[in-house]
Design a protein around this ligand. Sequence first.
Ligand SMILES: *[C@@H]1O[C@H](CO)[C@@H](O)[C@H](O)[C@H]1NC(C)=O
Ligand SMILES: *[C@@H]1O[C@H](CO)[C@@H](O)[C@H](O)[C@H]1NC(C)=O
Ligand SMILES: *[C@@H]1O[C@H](CO)[C@@H](O)[C@H](O)[C@H]1NC(C)=O
Length: 518
Amino acid sequence: MKSKIFAFCPLLFLLLPNFFPSLFSPLSRAFPSLLSEWNAPKPMHLNLLNGAMQRVIFDDYRSRVWSPLPDQGLKPCQDFSKSQNLPKRSRGYIQVFLDGGLNQQRMGICDAVAVAKILNVTLLIPYLEVNPVWKDSSSFTDIFDVDHFINALKDEVYIIKELPAEYSWSTREYYATGIRATRIKNAPVHASPSWYIEDVLPVIESYGIAAIAPFSHRLAFDDLHPDIQHLRCKVNFEALAFVPQITALAGALIDRLRNPLSAKRKGEHMNKLEGMNGIEAGKYIVLHLRFDKDMAAHSACDFGGGEAEKRALAKYRQVIWQGRVLNSQFKDDELRNQGRCPLTPEDIGLLLAALGFDNNTRLYLASHKVYGGEARISVLQKLFPLMEDKKSLLSADERALIDGKASLSAAVDYHVSMQSDVFISASPGNMHNALLGHRAYKNLKTIRPNMVLLGKLFLNQSMEWSDFQQAVADGHKNRQGQIRLRKKKQSIYTYPAPDCMCKGRLQRLFGGLTSLVQ
Ligand SMILES: *[C@@H]1O[C@H](CO)[C@@H](O)[C@H](O)[C@H]1NC(C)=O
Ligand SMILES: *[C@@H]1O[C@H](CO)[C@@H](O)[C@H](O)[C@H]1NC(C)=O
Ligand SMILES: *[C@@H]1O[C@H](CO)[C@@H](O)[C@H](O)[C@H]1NC(C)=O
């Protein structure tokens, strides 16, 4: 009974101010945090939105945004396993426990294989911890094709699914319930190979096994042997494949995005699709949209939700970070000028419209989570009426496989994103980085929003649509997937060149790569 009453509360609160205005103010004083975020956020750039709604996309813009990237002279290195001989014997066992969401765990898996190789030990299939936010208990084998994984790496590293009986005591429960000599708790962030040889190998020599937890970001990106770098890329880009259930579900999504007319919702879409022509037929773009309360509050920017939203975000900052948020020292326009405000769905919609995506664009929303909910999404939907997501494209039965499973759901989105003609991420983060790297490896188009430029453009309240369009196009010419070479300390998984990408045959013959040298 009690739980039912609680479940109805939000609804009651929603209705109250309309029907019982006199009750509203005492209530709002008693529960300010419940009431404060009601005002639906309004569009912030009405001027530009009007322009974007009537946008005319010239053919050269259209073909530019949809055309694949030209060959950039770099290909995945083929000679991965040449010098990667399997050691004659394994020196023991290593196991890792991985925190974070799926894309962070992915990097951990790659590093774990590299560490096993550095130490000449056998790796137990990594254990994926249940993340307190995402709460998905799916294991490695629920997500990744474990036989493919082991087989793809069999000439380089020993990998096993289960520890032999004599080590079966070495479980997560064992490490969770006491201080254990075989647990490595203090692996430094970005540790060097010599740290592993000096600090982990002796444990393995003494006990036969070492368990490293935590293990996120625990292997350096610089000054590693090229073979180890190649191996990391091979794991990330070749050995990690999703299980068939995930690729099948993603495949259904991709098929429905590419062939909307043959999809089951034929009638519904027929009208919308008339006039679809030319280069973008059968193509789709994936937008990874993350605009959650955490991000919005932490940025300390103003997102057009008025006083109520401002107060709610300030309160959230106070509760979560005790007000210690660097950005809150700055005013909104200062933050925008520096490109430090996350892009809202509206901002991203305007960016895509200005880049040359018309209203026939099939836009797939990946793992979106939007503070402000439907009201914020609806602006984007107005600009892109053919916007889709898992909910719109899959039946309830199909969704049952991933419902409430954040990691499986993220895996499906990863696969759909990898197959898309264009990918854009509205916010930096693990998924953004993972796809940026993987798509660079396959020379696929990825748009990187120019935050500083957009911040400045959005500050100008009298900006004309045509000027905006021109400035956006100019400011994103070199942000569509052109190879960027990894700099020191940057992740090899985000920037796989040059470590994992080699000159193509023609480039080798003619000493090419001029575009990179410039
Ligand atoms: C691992 O094995 C290789 C030869 O296969 C050897 O060169 C290297 O020194 C070994 N490393 C360790 C830490 O045992
Ligand atoms: C796109 O815009 C044109 C012109 O404004 C309109 O006729 C058409 O119906 C729109 N398409 C969709 C899918 O809304
Ligand atoms: C704002 O936009 C208008 C119209 O597009 C332009 O004429 C003006 O120079 C811009 N102002 C600034 C400060 O950039």
